[in-house]
Design a protein around this ligand. Structure first.
Ligand SMILES: Nc1ncnc2c1ncn2[C@@H]1O[C@H](COP(=O)(O)OP(=O)(O)O)[C@@H](O)[C@H]1O
Ligand SMILES: [Mg+2]
Length: 388
């Protein structure tokens, strides 16, 4: 089957699209990435997504509009990708669209008298299916949550299929807005896989860069700004006191925590420690790296031998993050995911192509050991294309 996966993460920088050829069934599932591309969100719309994702008020009507509008953009991204890959949409059997997360409450929280977990990924799959003529799986997370899971992370199932190794202990690290890891002990069984969000990846760096450049730059390309800053150990110590880092996994986080208020806190710290803009960008970059190292030291390396750290996501292009990870983790080889066949920028989109393929075949694709669900769940909802 040709399956197209689409992802827009917490960075809301745009839509990543991956085209995969998939056959077989686990444990003998074969998946090959055929191509990947990405499209940007229009600036004003991106601002609105970030605003909504930070839980600023939105009317039910505007939210409904945003859901359909994003569905249209995901459909556009599919059609643009097909042109680029020179593949007719008719040849594509299935789309897996993660959607844009605008709210995620993985653990039950009090709500009108009953503890309630919930999650919302938008970008209406029916619009995608109708506009592309391709059946589309969306809404992957709720099925896991309905079984008591946190609905996240879901990529560990794919990490398990792709990266489990008979002789090597591996950690798969994705550096999106948030950093998350999947731990795959040597010759792991599914129940031995665990995964959690370690803290921020690019989210704080991006926000500081946008702040200091007044929106002219969205991110610190190749760590050029951080490279011009000086390290400030006292400021870094202060950042490392973040209570999230000490929380025992399973745990997940997002823009609700590492959003605007958190950035304001860093800016205040910057004033107190007389840090320049580039000093602060550097501090945020090193904080990102050290929070990952801390998570590994505290919760992984004590019980599991790890040989390789496989890195993906946009942050895998940040040379400062990669150099610091290598330096802080002696004995662990830092491997970009492209070396194992999946380009850094395509990993998550590719994962959702695989998850959609599993859903289409009515197979469960959550890992209860990673999400905390009571059992296996078949993920997502299928929107069919209109009959041809
Ligand atoms: N060349 C680069 N140098 C530094 N950072 C980069 C580079 N390319 C991408 N990034 C970072 O990666 C982020 C996007 O990563 P992505 O994996 O798409 O995250 P998400 O899944 O949250 O959308 C950008 O916002 C930027 O911070
Ligand atoms: Mg992205």
């Amino acid at each position: 089957m040709l399956v197209l996966g689409m992802m827009s993460g917490t960075s809301a920088d745009g839509i990543d699209v991956a085209l995969a050829r998939i056959s077989g069934a686990p444990p003998n599932l074969n998946a090959k990435l055929l191509g990947h591309t990405s499209t940007k969100f229009p600036d004003a719309l991106r601002k609105e997504i970030l605003r909504v994702a930070e839980q600023h008020p939105i009317s039910a009507g505007a939210l409904s509009q945003l859901n359909f509008r994003l569905g249209g953009l995901f459909a556009d991204a599919t059609l643009a990708a097909c042109r680029r890959f020179r593949v007719s949409p008719k040849r594509i059997s299935l789309i897996g669209s993660h959607g844009q997360t605008i709210f995620h409450q993985g653990k039950p929280a009090p709500y009108f008298g009953a503890p309630t977990p919930s999650t919302l990924q938008i970008g209406e799959p029916s619009v995608i299916a109708a506009r592309t003529g391709i059946p589309t799986v969306g809404d992957f997370r709720p099925a896991d949550m309905a079984l008591g899971g946190q609905g996240a992370p879901l990529v560990p199932y794919v990490d398990y299929l792709l990266y489990r190794h008979a002789k090597l202990g591996r950690v798969s690290l994705n550096l999106g807005g948030i950093a998350n890891i999947t731990v795959l002990p040597r010759a792991a069984k599914p129940q031995q896989v665990f995964a959690f969000d370690t803290g921020p990846a690019n989210m704080l760096i991006d926000a500081l860069v946008a702040h200091f450049t007044r929106g002219r730059q969205r991110f610190d390309k190749n760590a050029q700004l951080a490279a011009q800053g000086r390290s400030n150990p006292a400021l870094l110590d202060e950042l490392m006191r973040d209570p999230y880092l000490k929380l025992a996994p399973p745990k997940s986080t997002g823009r609700e925590y590492y959003g605007h208020a958190y950035v304001k806190k860093i800016l205040t710290l910057g004033l107190r420690y007389r840090a320049t803009p580039n000093d602060l960008i550097r501090a945020a970059t090193i904080f990102t790296t050290l929070s990952i190292v801390e998570a590994l030291n505290r919760f992984v390396l004590r019980k599991t031998k790890i040989n390789q750290l496989i890195v993906s996501g946009g942050g895998a292009h940040n040379p400062l993050i990669l150099a610091q990870l290598s330096a802080a983790l002696p004995g662990i080889e830092v491997v970009p995911s492209s070396r194992l066949g999946v380009p850094e920028d395509a990993k998550e989109a590719f994962a959702f192509a695989l998850l959609a393929y599993e859903t289409f075949h009515q197979r469960p694709a959550n890992l209860p050991s990673a999400t905390g669900a009571r059992g296996p769940a078949i993920l997502g909802k299928i929107s069919y294309a209109p009959p041809r």
